[in-house]
Design a protein around this ligand. Structure first.
Ligand code: GLU
Length: 322
């Protein structure tokens, strides 16, 4: 099954890479860039780039440019202009107004701790919103967020990597936030509006977003947008299996000599994705390695389990920052 064949009428693939510039390019982002690039370009498709810089307090100055330089040095070429979410609030506002028009969006005055107290989620699990403000703000509460109502229905999709996935929004998250108390639009709303307006029909990204996808599909349905094909790649974790911290584990220009080492990073990411770049590409220019990936990428070889990403650490270069 190819992504193109998955899309009715074999419409050309429009894929994308959408990093958050909250730290320099991360090993997980490198894998997402390689996977989304190979799977978009292999069918002659387009690959777009979007900076998810909506969460301004976490966005670090200069990081988006650092990421773009790193991607360029690694041989990636994107189509069109880079989209910056921070410049797109009008588009999110108009989607929000459409959601308000459906009568499904409502004001919520609950704090996180109030929700935690009522919701019976086990420690560490996502809180399920108990619906306190669903029928109007209770007396004495002021608006802190806008939520969208969900119903007890199963949202299902076929992931290119993971296969069939289904989730009931009412039991996994409940009515969810589409605009936060401190102003910004929630990630789910922004990503759905951006993907639709850019004509993206194939989303390849890390498996940390697998469980968010049903919320995004739900919003696509409410807003009348088509649902892209999804592919969720295995997560890069620390050698002990714990989650990588974005800030501490960076593949950035500042740390590495990408001219000499770029091919090794691409080899590591391709191997992580189950691919076998041929030894005669050792030391080749990054663009050639990506060219090989575009021609030879085999979706069926992507593993399902998260794993560390063994990155090269040469004695004559700075060690991989940990
Ligand atoms: N910005 C997200 C991240 O860097 C990815 C979002 C997406 O691909 O939908 O983890």
């Amino acid at each position: 099954m190819t992504p193109a064949a998955d899309i009715a009428g074999s419409v050309p693939v429009v894929g994308r890479f959408a990093p958050s510039p909250t730290g320099p390019l991360h090993p997980g982002s490198l894998v997402a860039a390689v996977g989304s690039y190979a799977l978009a370009r292999r069918d002659g498709g387009t690959w777009l780039l979007r900076m998810e810089d909506l969460d301004t307090p976490r966005v670090l100055p200069g990081i988006a440019d650092d990421m773009l330089r790193t991607l360029e040095a690694l041989g990636f070429r994107w189509d069109g202009e880079v989209v910056y979410q921070s410049r797109r609030t009008e588009a999110y506002q108009s989607a929000m107004e459409r959601l308000l028009g459906t009568g499904l969006a409502y004001s919520c005055g609950c704090t996180r701790s109030e929700i935690a107290r009522i919701s019976s989620a086990p420690h560490g699990a996502e809180l399920v919103y108990p619906g306190t403000c669903r029928d109007g703000l209770p007396e004495g509460k002021t608006e802190r967020a806008l939520r969208v109502k969900v119903y007890d229905e199963l949202i299902e999709f076929n992931d290119l990597v993971v296969g069939h996935y289904s989730q009931s929004l009412s039991s996994s998250c409940g009515d969810f936030v589409i605009q936060r108390a401190d102003g910004p639009f929630a990630y789910h709303l922004a990503v759905v509006v951006d993907d639709a307006e850019s004509g993206i029909n194939q989303v390849v990204r890390g498996a940390d977003l697998l469980s968010s996808t049903p919320r995004q599909i739900y919003l696509q349905r409410l807003l009348g947008y088509p649902t892209p094909v999804y592919g969720h790649l295995p997560l890069v974790v620390n050698p002990d299996g714990t989650k990588l911290s974005k800030r501490e584990n960076a593949v950035s220009l500042a740390d590495r000599d990408l001219e000499r080492e770029g091919w090794r990073l691409l080899f590591a990411a391709l191997r992580f994705l189950g691919q076998s770049p041929p030894p005669d590409l050792n030391g080749a220019p990054c663009s050639e390695i990506l060219g090989w990936a575009v021609k030879s990428f085999d979706l069926a070889r992507i593993p399902l389990t998260s794993a560390p990403l063994p990155l090269p650490c040469q004695a004559d270069t700075l060690p991989y920052r940990r």
